[in-house]
Design a protein around this ligand. Structure first.
Ligand code: FDA
Length: 414
């Protein structure tokens, strides 16, 4: 029998951070993972450079059915704490737009740093381990009637309650069990619904998961119409589900991608329209008015071709309108130009799904977990951290910051 104080399932960003902190406190910690390597998503993140945090992190950068939940962890382990760790390891990094911090050289440096910290803290790491099932072994003092109260839950966990795990490497016992198995994105990298199944086993609610930070696919007729635009990238303002982001939109051969699209995908629900302003911060009517004073015979497409890629202009407006001289544009035509350039609306057919998504929306109900300790309010000794929870960050280093912060906080209590 392998006996530990703490077993963490999932050697990703959150699990490794939690293990380091628990190990530093002198707890006997093992991290179990079914994958062949630890931290696969860290290694491939940020195009191989890992956007490990952001200079500007606030609860407003996260989605959750409980928007207050992230506040405690984010304020106790901040981006500055992680940056200090990165600097202690002399990992060179740089800032990109919107405060995003990336490694200069390789994401592997972040992973190596976490593994080194874990080794120093005496953490064991056991990969290629399949967890077959988990039993909750209640201590004599455990009283389910009072377990909703968190202090009682902590007390009960200390009263010899614990967990028995049957795995492909034999049985393991622990007092504290941390579920850090992440979300469902990129199934080829070891993602699994394991965390959700465990929550369900213990009667903990799970908000239905769906792909986030993900490109949109188009409906067949739009895909055909917009296929010639594949490869075009435009700085635009994109709005969906009541939230707008200004960044690049990229046309792909299947749909729409680019940072602005990934950001709004977090807020989008199936069937909703997405609205795009192709000239954010400008007023196309004013531009036309000014130009037509001097060049009344200039065709609309000549003017718009100076503002946007010609292929995009051709797809947005009918040819007859584009060939109209500026001086002859009617009020109705002005309106059409304004509508198509500032309020272009499209209803995606769906998303590219978990195959390409960076994160998973939904997950374990935050109301069932203490925002301070990350311990279940009903099952003493059971903790949930990282992306497996119903917390989804924006693009820009926010998802890792959540993983570090929630892992760090749980590490103080397990
Ligand atoms: P994470 O997914 O990191 O780890 C979960 C671990 O659990 C994995 O090691 C997995 O093998 C293991 N596991 C799963 N099921 C198991 C089971 N049944 N048994 C045992 N082990 C199991 N974020 C960001 O802030 N900046 C960025 O640059 C990027 N870039 C990025 C690129 C790509 C391609 C993706 C897919 C994602 C990102 N992200 C990101 C998101 C970020 O990677 C993600 O939010 C964090 O890794 C979540 O950390 P967790 O530790 O919660 O899960």
């Amino acid at each position: 029998m392998n006996q530990y104080d703490v077993i963490i399932i999932g050697a990703g960003a959150a699990g490794l951070m939690c293990a380091i902190e628990a190990g530093k406190r002198g707890r006997r910690v093992v991290v179990l993972d079914h994958a062949r390597k630890a931290g696969s998503k860290i290694r491939m993140s940020g195009g191989g450079r890992c956007n490990f945090t952001n200079y500007d992190v606030s609860p407003a950068n996260y989605l959750s059915h409980n928007p207050h939940f992230v506040k405690s962890a984010l304020s106790r382990f901040t981006q500055w704490d992680f940056i200090a760790l990165v600097e202690r390891y002399h990992i060179p990094y740089h800032e990109r737009e919107h405060g995003q911090l990336f490694c200069d050289e390789s994401a592997k440096e972040i992973l190596d740093m976490l593994l080194a910290e874990g080794r120093d803290a005496g953490v064991s790491l056991q990969l290629k381990t399949t967890i077959e099932n988990i039993e909750h072994t209640l201590g004599p003092q455990h009283n389910p009637d009072v377990s909703a109260d968190h202090t009682s839950a902590q007390q009960a966990s200390k009263d010899q309650g614990g967990f028995l795990l049957h795995t492909s490497r034999g049985d393991y016992r622990c007092h504290s069990l941390v579920i850090a198995t992440g979300g469902l994105s990129i199934p080829s990298m070891g993602s699994s619904p394991f965390g959700y199944r465990i929550a369900e086993q213990f009667g903990i609610k799970v908000w239905p998961p769906s792909a986030g930070l993900v490109p949109f696919t188009l409906q067949p007729q739009d895909r055909e119409r917009l296929a010639p635009l594949s490869g075009i990238a435009v700085d635009a303002m994109v709005e969906a589900g009541g939230k707008a982001f200004r960044e690049n939109v990229l046309f792909t051969h299947r749909g729409l991608s680019g940072p602005a699209i990934l950001q709004v995908s977090n807020y989008w629900q199936a069937g909703q329209a997405v609205t795009i302003d192709w000239l954010p911060g400008e007023e196309v009517e004013a531009i036309i008015e000014n130009t037509r004073q001097e060049h009344p015979r200039q065709q609309l497409k000549t003017l718009l071709g100076r503002l946007l890629p010609t292929r995009l202009v051709m797809a947005l407006l009918p040819e007859a309108l584009l060939e109209t001289p500026l001086a002859q544009l009617s009020k109705a035509q002005f309106n059409e130009v304004r509508q198509q350039l500032h309020h272009w609306s499209i209803t995606p057919g769906g998303t590219e799904g978990y195959r390409t998504a960076e994160v998973t929306r939904g997950g374990i109900d935050c109301d069932a977990v203490s925002s301070k300790t990350l311990e279940s309010k009903t099952i003493p000794g059971l903790y949930f951290i990282g992306e497996v929870l119903d917390v989804t960050g924006w693009l820009g280093g926010y998802n890792f910051q959540w993983a570090w912060a929630s892992g760090w906080c749980a590490g103080q209590y397990v």
